[in-house]
Design a protein around this ligand. Structure first.
Ligand SMILES: [Cu+2]
Length: 146
């Protein structure tokens, strides 16, 4: 009986791991394609009947961004969190010129964030806003406002 319980627990853990792996992969791929058709497959967050809800938290953690792609309503609050051990500098795409939507960096060239720091902003620009860590430009993601 004890063995059966152990087997069930192991199977559940394997299943959950596979789900998480598949889920993060599919959202990352959706993010690289900038068409209206793909929007349907991106997880919708931060939407309510009033169009306002709690901030969407986007976590930078030593080269990983989670979730790397979010779809929100205009006026949604986004909270950056630097959960890693290094400073980051969030800048609008494209790197290195940052000519995109500077709402992500409080209007500046970059937004400096120390480890453990969190900062919240409101996103109003409709469409796809790409961002990255200027100190590690392969780390980034996108916010889609509809
Ligand atoms: Cu940059």
């Amino acid at each position: 009986m004890k063995n059966i319980i152990i087997v069930i627990v192991v199977l559940l853990m394997v299943g959950l791991g596979g789900y998480l792996l598949f889920g993060s992969n599919s959202s990352g791929e959706s993010c690289t394609v900038d068409t209206a058709i793909v929007f349907d497959s991106i997880e919708s967050v931060a939407t309510s009947s009033a169009g306002i809800s709690d901030p969407v938290i986007i976590i930078f953690n030593n080269g990983e961004v989670t979730p790397s792609c979010v779809k929100v309503s205009q006026g949604a609050e986004i909270k950056w969190l630097n959960a890693g051990d290094e400073n980051i500098q969030i800048g609008a795409d494209p790197h290195p010129v940052h000519t995109g939507n500077k709402e992500v960096s409080y209007g500046g060239f970059v937004l400096d964030m120390a480890p453990g720091e969190e900062k919240t902003f409101t996103i109003n620009k409709v469409g796809k806003t790409g961002y990255h860590d200027h100190l590690n430009s392969s780390t980034g993601g996108a916010i889609i406002v509809d």
